[in-house]
Design a protein around this ligand. Structure first.
Ligand code: SAH
Length: 381
């Protein structure tokens, strides 16, 4: 149970959640996560810029320009594999401060025809972050969109997303003696904070669980992310219909399985997910095999996951680090440290993973040789 800190713990969102729970009953973990992230005016992403050393967490594009540059190189190569179409919609999901897109565009400035072809779209729900993105991308013609589904359909797509899927709401299910029950968020009896409770009836959401969870024992927790699956399926259908490619980077499992991964991060440290709604970043591990299956069921080809370290190495980050260091010897140590943070397995190199979806007429995308995911056989159950 999360008990509120004595002073300053009553966040504006907590009052709203308390009223909502009293009116409608306990909330699913997914509804709680959605309220905490994107509730207008009070949600975590809606009111402040959470990134960087003064914020709560630092993402790969904020660690080094090399990350966005390697993603840019991947996009330009994928565009060439598509036959260098004269028009392509280049869309980023959850662009944060706009750093990745700015680095991507700078890195591809000299690829003949790419920048002229690319129409830039940012899928973002936060007005505060959209403003940051406008500043980072001043001088570029950019369109903002609230949802992936509203992207235009008249040209192929290039989609990139870093640490977007981990922010999408997950449901948590807990195994009981009689089947799976939904884990819910309730006010605590003294109404000083929030606590987890277990839904009384068995939940139909259990039908969405991975086969790997079928042998779970009572007390085990499993997560499902319908919003992530819907987004991956939508990307897959668009790629099948319009052509194009997508690159998704995030932290999470290489294999689907059971377990609770919902976490809260605040001021670069772990926090209780229920302690300060709207004030901490809530995220859950991404289930890559499930996203790959959703995209391939929708008609795209899926590749990966491969470690972020392997991906960046294959895209040439070491050469780029040497170039940057020789051009700026005073910063050589910082550049080497940033490279290590992004690539080394004990840092971000293996927990963070990369998957790609491509239209069926496009060859294997760069970095993903020998990683194509076989078309899933129909589930016998
Ligand atoms: N890609 C950036 C930011 C990652 S944080 C980086 O790597 O630095 C997650 C981003 O997704 C933020 O920009 C947040 O506002 C956005 N976001 C979160 N939930 C969203 C949703 N449901 N729809 C669109 N954007 C969302």
């Amino acid at each position: 149970m999360a008990v509120l800190p004595a002073a300053g713990g009553l966040t504006p969102l907590l009052s709203r959640l308390g009223a909502l729970i009293r009116a409608e009953g306990p909330l699913s973990v997914a509804r709680y996560m959605a309220e905490c992230a994107t509730q207008p005016g009070h949600g975590y992403y809606m009111k402040a810029d959470p990134f960087g050393s003064a914020g709560d967490f630092t993402t790969a594009p904020e660690i080094s320009q090399m990350f966005g540059e390697m993603v840019g190189l991947w996009c330009a190569l994928a565009w060439q594999m598509m036959g260098s179409p004269p028009r392509v919609h280049l869309a980023e999901l959850g662009p944060g401060r706009g750093t990745l897109m700015a680095d991507l565009l700078r890195a591809t400035a000299r690829v003949p025809g790419f920048r002229e072809a690319a129409h830039i779209h940012l899928v973002e729900v936060s007005p505060v972050l959209a403003e940051r993105q406008r500043q980072a991308l001043s001088g570029h013609d950019v369109r903002w969109r609230q949802a992936f589904e509203t992207l235009p359909q008249d040209a192929p797509l290039l989609v990139v997303a870093n640490e977007f899927f981990d922010a999408l709401p997950v449901h948590q299910l807990i195994r009981g003696d009689d089947g799976w029950h939904e884990r819910l968020v309730d006010v605590d009896p003294e109404e000083r904070g929030l606590r987890f409770v277990v839904g009384r009836a068995v939940t139909p959401l259990a039908a969405l669980l991975q086969p790997a969870c079928r042998n779970a024992v009572p007390g085990e927790i499993a997560e499902i992310c319908p919003a992530g699956v819907r987004t991956a399926a939508a990307i897959g259908s668009r790629l099948a219909a319009q052509g194009g490619a997508a690159l998704i980077v995030d932290f999470g499992h290489g294999e689907s399985g059971c377990g609770a991964s919902l976490q809260a991060v605040r001021q670069h440290g772990r926090d209780d997910p229920l302690a300060a709604p709207g004030e901490a970043d809530l995220a859950a591990h991404v289930d890559f095999p499930t996203l790959l299956r959703a995209a391939s069921d929708s008609g795209a080809r899926g590749f990966g996951p491969i470690g972020q370290g392997a991906f960046l190495t294959r895209m040439g980050i070491d050469l780029r680090a040497r170039q940057l260091a020789s051009g700026n010897p005073a910063h050589a140590k910082d550049i080497a440290e940033a490279r290590d943070r992004l690539v080394e397995p004990e840092a971000m190199g293996s927990l963070f993973k990369v998957i790609a979806f491509v239209a069926s007429d496009i060859p294997t995308p760069p970095g993903f040789e020998t990683t194509e995911v076989a078309q899933a056989a129909p589930d016998p159950c």
